[in-house]
Design a binder for this molecule. Sequence first.
Ligand code: ADP
Ligand code: GLC
Length: 485
Amino acid sequence: MKVLHVAAEVYPLIKTGGLADVVAALPAAQAKQGADVRLLLPGFPAVMDAVQGARTVIEIGACFGALRVRLLLARMPGTGLPVYVVEAPYLYRRGGGPYQDSRGEEWPDNLQRFALLGWVAAHLAGQDADPEWIPDIVHAHDWHAAMACAYMAEHTATLAASVFTVHNLAFQGLFPARDWPMLGLASRLMSPAGLEFHGQLSFMKAGLKFADRVTTVSPNYAHEIATHEFGCGLDGVVRGRGADVSGILNGIDTELWNPATDPAIAACYDAERLQGKAACRRALQAELKLDVDEQATLLTVVSRLTSQKGLDLILAALQDLVAAGVQFAVQGTGEPALEAAFRMAQQAHPGRVHVYIGYDEARAHRLVAGADVIAVPSRFEPCGLTQLYGLRYGTLPLVRRVGGLADTVTDATPEALAQGRATGFSFDAATPAAFAVCVRRAVALRADAAAWRAMQATAMAQGLSWAGPARDYLRLYGDVVPAVR
Ligand code: ADP
Ligand code: GLC
């Protein structure tokens, strides 16, 4: 099975969120299972600098406003996986982020930048870009890659089937209808049955409408996006695809996130030998200038600071929880108002609240290893990875019961505790009070050292690797490939 993954991010080259982690780990897991896997990425500077042994596959020439576009084939550092890179300096070679400039403004030419990515994917799905390697499946991730599905559907020479994965329906790639001609697609597609969305054009719809199968990153999120509450205006489109939409739960890179071998943490540990975790905790409290307090329940957050993540619930409950002996270690970047509010919380509670506004992978490992609890109180969460890192490190997740959080954390109810199934804490209402009650439940349970250790052991025994999900995706590909061939 030949599989082409198309995405805008891949860890460690370019990452704004969990998408990059998935695009790094899933293809590698599929390759281990015998699939012939390649990636297709835009030629952002970080990608151009990091890939190895690049050679030109085809000179594409001028398109989407860029004068010189070339398709390169190289290898990913680390995994050695083959990676196609769209070299288009005019569109991709610039500072700032992949989607926004350094002030947080969307790049004004995102339509061209990501239409090009999908267009190249569609050509790879036929014979004209690289006749030596034609995928059976084009697997497009999020709106950045979604146009691949529309171009493939329109392109008569397409030899591959398409799978589109929704990592986050809230980011849709919406552009003004007047930009339609730049896409080079038949005008009948600029209709509600195609890419039109309330008078704009939507890249997300290209994936939802035209992919042979649509997946989301957890089964629960697949149900949620068919509802008005979580559908971001696209629930009708999702429902229209019926059984073509399914959810496959993300895994994590269990080598990169392994407390038994993690080079970033103060002391390594596993479920049988948790002394190392206590050392990580003390080291973290010292590093963050938190009181080295054995009694405090140390709660961490590693997150984008955006309204999706529900961190305002933490801010509103923080004062009372600090008074109840909870310590907070927060790391994130995002909306200026949230950054400022967390900075103020730190000033107000020296020794009890530490806030780091910034992005730092090694530091994230130390927070996850050293904390007692990792909080993810999201308003919505397609899957969520940090609660999985928490499970792996015996740092019990405390989550709102939505999306993938509901699929991955078993609340410590009396029954679940008695049956040895509990792995964390969850709550329903998106209110500071519900969050605070949940934290107090965790604090109370932590007083029972044996029960806490038992939960840690259950959490750490969860099978979180990509082996299962990688196989599930391969099975799904198998279902659609014969439809094309
Ligand atoms: P999302 O993709 O919605 O941001 P996920 O939980 O799927 O949420 O993935 C977030 C990823 O980004 C995780 O790997 C997490 O560790 C990482 N991350 C988020 N913020 C930071 C930060 N400030 N420093 C280091 N890693 C971060
Ligand atoms: C998105 C979602 C997150 C998910 C990640 C990887 O960024 O917000 O929940 O874990 O994609 O699939």
